[in-house]
Design a protein around this ligand. Structure first.
Ligand code: SF4
Ligand code: SF4
Length: 341
């Protein structure tokens, strides 16, 4: 483990950005957003960025390929290129875990080369949460906010920042920072982790349980009468899916550039009325069906197909952002029965 004074953190950022692009959570007038590091950017202490870091690996809009049409001939142009190396700093434990969920979708054969390219070139520096918020419930999914994963884990105290390498990539980067950091023991970090664990136990959502969910629950939960009431006010705005670090649905569209055709993908939402629209019609015609799909996918279908892994990481973004204050916690409490709070 290595550490440096917080006063030296800008120097660490400067050193990293000499080597590769560095993105940090920054305070903006709209809340915390990831920004490319440069002098003048203010590092944010907020727990959640508005949009999660999944954008770095699965961007909201991404060009896939181009076509040139010449009479009856179509030329397919492969626009892929090796991504530059980059670092994403300050990723919280919940968001780090979201990459496990995305990896299982995009890296399982047939592997998504666009996503894989960015995962290969991206390095994640996580940050332990010292002040978890009342909307946090990562522990429901066995995530430890005091001990985040990633290539390097960071722990911030009042005056210092500690770095622990978890992967070969992380070790290589830490070695490059050896002039700016010093070797240290983990006493302060362990003390801080104990404090964080105590705070986690007292959070309002600490008792939220996944017991009633998971693989094999489709029959029991699919026709639950509660879906009707839970979904009745849903606006179908898709905000919950766009801020969610684990939502991974996208649409593919073609755009006529007048010089050819550009094929791109962009995030889609199962909450939208045209999400399942096909030539024959729509297989989900009501907001109740769309709403149920989102939560059944996160809490039942995904774990069923992925060794019990839930596709929610308890980041709390949907709790904070839904305009009608509907969210996965309300669904879990209502469908799964009240938990001790
Ligand atoms: S649950 Fe909330 S955020 Fe999600 S689509 Fe419905 S109204 Fe929008
Ligand atoms: S469902 Fe809500 S709490 Fe769970 S990961 Fe998505 S945004 Fe975060």
């Amino acid at each position: 483990m290595r550490k440096c004074s917080l006063d030296n953190l800008n120097a660490v950022f400067n050193k990293i950005s000499e080597e590769m692009m560095l993105f940090v959570p920054a305070d903006t007038e709209n809340g915390a957003e990831y920004r490319k590091w440069e002098e003048g950017v203010t590092l944010s202490d907020k727990l959640n960025t508005n949009k999660s870091p999944k954008d770095f690996f699965f961007p909201q809009v991404e060009n896939l390929m181009e076509f040139k049409v010449n009479g009856k001939e179509i030329e397919v142009i492969d626009t892929r290129s090796e991504h530059e190396d980059f670092v994403v700093f300050g990723v919280r434990a919940c968001d780090v875990k979201s990459f496990d969920v995305l990896d299982r979708v995009f890296l399982t054969e047939p592997c998504d080369s666009y996503y894989a390219n960015k995962r290969e070139h991206g390095l994640i520096i996580s940050m332990a949460c010292t002040k978890p918020s009342e909307t946090c419930f990562c522990q429901t999914f066995d995530i430890d906010a005091s001990n985040p994963g990633g290539d390097i884990s960071c722990f911030k105290t009042e005056s210092e920042i500690y770095f622990k390498a978890n992967t070969e990539k992380g070790e290589k980067l830490l070695a490059k920072l050896s002039d700016l950091t010093e070797e240290c023991d983990d006493k302060e970090v362990t003390k801080q982790q104990e404090k964080i664990k105590e705070i986690m136990k007292k959070l309002p959502l600490a008792g939220l349980s996944t017991e009633k969910f998971g693989g094999g629950k489709t029959e029991e939960l699919f026709d639950a009468p509660e879906w009707e009431e839970l979904s009745s006010a849903c606006l179908g705005c898709g905000t919950c899916t766009f801020v969610c670090p684990t939502c991974q649905c996208y649409d593919i569209k073609d755009f006529n550039t007048n010089k050819g055709v550009l094929r791109f993908r962009c995030w889609d939402s199962c909450m939208y009325s045209d999400f399942t629209k096909m030539a024959h019609g729509n297989s989900r015609n009501s907001q109740k069906e769309r709403f149920r799909q989102r939560f059944m996918h996160k809490l039942v279908y995904y774990p069923e197909n992925n060794d019990g892994l839930f596709s929610c990481v308890g980041c709390g973004r949907c709790l904070a952002k839904c305009p009608i204050s509907m969210n996965i916690v309300k669904v879990m409490k209502t469908i799964g029965g009240k938990s001790d709070e």
